[in-house]
Design a protein around this ligand. Structure first.
Ligand code: SAM
Length: 270
C-alpha cells in the first residue's frame, strides 16, 4: 500500500495555542499538549508568561523606543493582542510582518489581516534569513533604512545547534540599521525538571514537526552579543531575565514557576 500523505503530527504552534486557551489547534495538538500539561503543570502559566513578555516588549519598543516597524519571526497562531494590535495602541500606522513556517499559522494570520494594510503574514523558515528579508511582502512594509524591531520570541528553541541559531540572529541584526532592537525569549525549562519528566516530555515533543532544544542562560545571553541590553524594568541593571519577570514589576502574579520556564531580553543595535 502506498501512502501519499504525511501523517498529521502535533505542531508547536497548535500546542502553544492550547496552552494559551485558544481555539485554533487540532485534536492532535490538544492530545500532545494535554500530555505535557500532565507532566509539567506550569507549562500553561509559562506560555502566558512568554506571551506577556512579547506584548510588554513590543509595547516598550513602540511607545518608549520609537520603533514603528516589526519583523515577528515565528509569530504563532493569532490570538488575543497580537503584535500589530499592541503596536497600534502606540503607533497607529506601525507596520508588522508576521513570519511562520507553519502554513496553518500563516493562513489564519492572513484571514485575520484581511483589510489590514499595515500588517502581513509570510510563510518562511526562520533558518532562511534571505528568503524572509528579501520577500516582496517584507520589502513592501519594512523600510530597512529605518530602525526595525526584530522579534524572535519562543522560536529559537525550535532551531538546532547545527543550524547555528546565534549566526541566524546575527544575520537578521546585520540587515537592520543602528537603533534597531532585538526582543528574544527562549525556553530553559530542562534543568528545573526531574530526569524522568524531562525524558517523558522529550518523547512527546519528539513527535512534533519541530522538537525543541533547551538552552542554558549563558547560551541564551550569547544571542545578545554585540548589542546593548536594556533594563528589564525601570531602575534595574540591563540584563537577560526570567521570561515572566521582564517588564512585569507591576504584575503581582508574575513570579511563578511558569514565569521561570525561560529567559528573555531586549537589546539595541548600537
Ligand atoms: N512568537 C509567538 C509567541 O511567543 O507568542 C509564538 C511562539 S510559538 C511557541 C512558536 C512558533 O514558531 C510556532 O508558531 C511555530 O510554527 C514557529 N516555528 C517553529 N520553527 C520555525 C521555523 N524554523 N521558522 C519559522 N517559524 C517556526
Amino acid at each position: 500500500m502506498t501512502h501519499t500523505s504525511i501523517p498529521e503530527r502535533p505542531t508547536s504552534a497548535g500546542m502553544y495555542d492550547y496552552y494559551l486557551g485558544g481555539a485554533a489547534h487540532t485534536p492532535i495538538d490538544r492530545a500532545a499538549a494535554e500530555q505535557i500539561v500532565q507532566l509539567i503543570p506550569a507549562v500553561q502559566d509559562g506560555a502566558w508568561a512568554n506571551r506577556g513578555f512579547l506584548q510588554r516588549a513590543v509595547r516598550r519598543l513602540a511607545s518608549e523606543y520609537g520603533i514603528r516597524q516589526f519583523l515577528d519571526l515565528g509569530s504563532g497562531l493569532p490570538t488575543q493582542r497580537n503584535t500589530h494590535d499592541v503596536v497600534a495602541e502606540s503607533v497607529p500606522d506601525g507596520r508588522v510582518v508576521y513570519v511562520d513556517v507553519d502554513p496553518a499559522v500563516v493562513a489564519q494570520a492572513a484571514d485575520l489581516l484581511d483589510g489590514v494594510p499595515t500588517a502581513t503574514a509570510v510563510q518562511a523558515d526562520v533558518r532562511d534569513p534571505a528568503a524572509i528579508l528579501d520577500h516582496p511582502e517584507t520589502r513592501r512594509l519594512i523600510d530597512f533604512s529605518q530602525p526595525v524591531g526584530v522579534l524572535l520570541v519562543a522560536v529559537l528553541h525550535f532551531v538546532d545547534d547545527d543550524d547555528d541559531p546565534w549566526g541566524l540572529v546575527a544575520r537578521y541584526l546585520a540587515a537592520v540599521p543602528a537603533g534597531s532592537y532585538l526582543a528574544l525569549s527562549h525556553s530553559a525549562v530542562g534543568d528545573r525538571l526531574s530526569d524522568q519528566v524531562r525524558d517523558l516530555s522529550e518523547q512527546v515533543y519528539r513527535n512534533t514537526a519541530h522538537p525543541p532544544t533547551d538552552r542554558s542562560k549563558t547560551e541564551i545571553e550569547q544571542f545578545f552579543r554585540g548589542l546593548a541590553l536594556v533594563p528589564p524594568h525601570p531602575g534595574a541593571p540591563p540584563a537577560v531575565t526570567f521570561v515572566g519577570l521582564w517588564g512585569a514589576e507591576d504584575l503581582p502574579a508574575a513570579d511563578s514557576d511558569g514565569a521561570r520556564m525561560g529567559y528573555a531580553g531586549v537589546a539595541r543595535k548600537p
